[in-house]
Ligand binder design. Structure first.
Ligand code: IFM
Length: 448
């Protein structure tokens, strides 16, 4: 039997996000987010689901922290709902929102669980969306105001911060949902992504002035890219996909500049962002302390000249009978971690999300026998351990997710949790994988 052991200082955790678990969508003075708006539009979310109640974490956070403690989590990643503390996005502060997060943080610390906060996990204030949202260059001032309020309210106890979750999905997914990149859609997404990078840099700058001893980074959804054939054209396409999804964010946050090849490509295609004087200096002087990696799957691409802007085609490689969020490919995590270590000067890495969901998960006799999830996690933990043994500076692992929750446009149809939630009663029931994870944490490893 092969024993996998993690380093002494390695930390195990789980992750969630505000809109996906909190509920209480219009309680205690909270403002609306774009997800409140979207989920109330008929036909947008599967089964007409909304995050109105979600898993009612807003009212049940004490019970939920007790579950985290029982599972043995050493650290917990959650996000703040921007409109819960700033109902109009800027200006007026909602003290009840601040109180909620203070209580949650205190509860975590009392339970011996280290909090790590994501500032922005997609639930953008509707009031700011009405002012042009992230397309508006003023968004970096809005975000700076919000970030500063969070740092000042919670920074005495929270020492690890994530500015953005998966900016690529937030900026570019729409491009694909609407049927592929047009000049207008790509140009828009590139503008938005530049505003994310500026907002990130501003938040890093503010945080460092306030709390020089803490750490601040960003979470990117990264996908290692492969080709099916060995052709030169496909390799060029793979490099472009890598530039489009991975390097477009990795380079600014870790190196302080955009990848030259992508910038030139976007300029040629007339979809480049509007980079103004001083922007790159701001980005350059506020690089991240750590990188949060969300890994779900790899991407296989081939050259496709008929696609007018990016000239690649993603080859569908899903295995929906097995899992959602793509093919199960643990070696991709290994390849990705090694690549980050090599190309970005040995950065401090946290896996801020990794996990899987099944459409057919059921409670039978009070139990959820999710051996598939356990296998999935075990394979990915093993890949992470292999990367660590090669010298990669990976220090934390957050499973997505602790609880079943609202999976965006899929509503409640996909269950990612270690803990099952009965959405009728809000009862939390440990899946088999939660018991297994508790043992992994206790042993700081497992046997294969
Ligand atoms: O649920 C999402 C999360 O909000 C962001 N990363 C991927 C997860 C699973 O799809």
């Amino acid at each position: 039997m092969n024993k996998i052991k993690f380093p002494e200082d390695f930390m195990w955790g789980a992750a969630t996000a505000a809109y996906q678990i909190e509920g209480a969508w219009d309680e205690d003075g909270k403002g609306n987010s774009v997800w409140d708006t979207l989920s109330h539009m008929p036909g947008v979310i599967q089964n007409g689901d909304t995050g109105d109640t979600a898993i009612d974490h807003y009212h049940r956070y004490k019970e939920d922290v007790a579950i985290m403690k029982a599972v043995g989590l050493q650290t917990y990643r959650f996000s703040i709902s921007w409109p819960r503390i700033l109902p109009e996005g800027t200006g007026r502060i909602n003290q009840k929102g601040i109180d909620f997060y203070n209580s949650l943080i205190d509860e975590l610390i009392t339970a011996g669980i280290e909090p790590i906060i994501t500032l922005y996990h997609w639930d953008f204030p509707q009031a700011l969306a009405d002012k042009g949202g992230w397309m508006n260059r003023a968004s970096m001032d809005w975000f700076a105001e919000y970030a500063e309020l969070c740092f000042k309210s919670f920074g005495d106890r929270v020492k690890n911060w994530i500015t953005f979750n998966e900016p690529w999905v937030d900026a570019y997914a729409v491009v694909f949902l609407l049927g592929g990149p047009t000049i207008e859609a790509m140009s828009r997404a590139n503008h938005i992504s530049h505003h994310y990078m500026l907002s990130h840099a501003r938040a890093v700058e503010i945080y460092r002035q306030l709390y020089p001893g803490g750490r601040i980074g960003i979470t990117l959804d990264l996908s290692p890219v492969y080709t099916e054939a060995d052709s030169q054209q496909d390799k060029i396409a793979a490099n472009r996909f890598d530039g489009f999804m991975n390097r477009w964010f990795l380079d600014p946050v870790l190196k302080g500049s955009y990848p030259e090849d992508m910038l030139a490509w976007y300029r040629e295609k007339q979809v480049a962002p509007d980079i103004r004087q001083g922007d790159m200096e701001l980005i350059q002087s506020n690089r991240s302390d750590f990188l949060g990696v969300n890994y779900y799957s790899r991407t296989i691409v081939k050259a496709f000249q008929d696609e007018p802007i990016l000239e690649f085609k993603v080859i569908e490689n899903r295995d929906d009978s097995w899992a959602t969020n793509g093919e199960v490919y643990p070696d991709g995590l290994y390849d990705l971690l090694i690549r980050l270590d090599n190309d970005y000067d040995h950065p401090l890495l946290f896996i801020t999300e990794n996990g899987t969901s099944f459409g057919d998960e059921e409670l039978v006799d009070g139990k959820v026998m999710d051996k598939r999830r356990q296998k999935y996690l075990q394979q990915h933990f093993e890949a992470a351990s292999r990367a660590i043994s090669k010298g990669v500076n990976l220090k934390r692992y957050y499973v997505w997710s602790l609880f079943d929750n609202f999976e965006w446009i899929y509503g409640y149809s996909r269950r990612f949790g270690l803990v099952y939630v009965d959405y009728n009663t809000q009862e939390r029931i440990w899946k088999e994988s939660a018991f297994w994870y508790r043992q992994v944490i206790t042993d700081n490893g497992f046997s294969l």
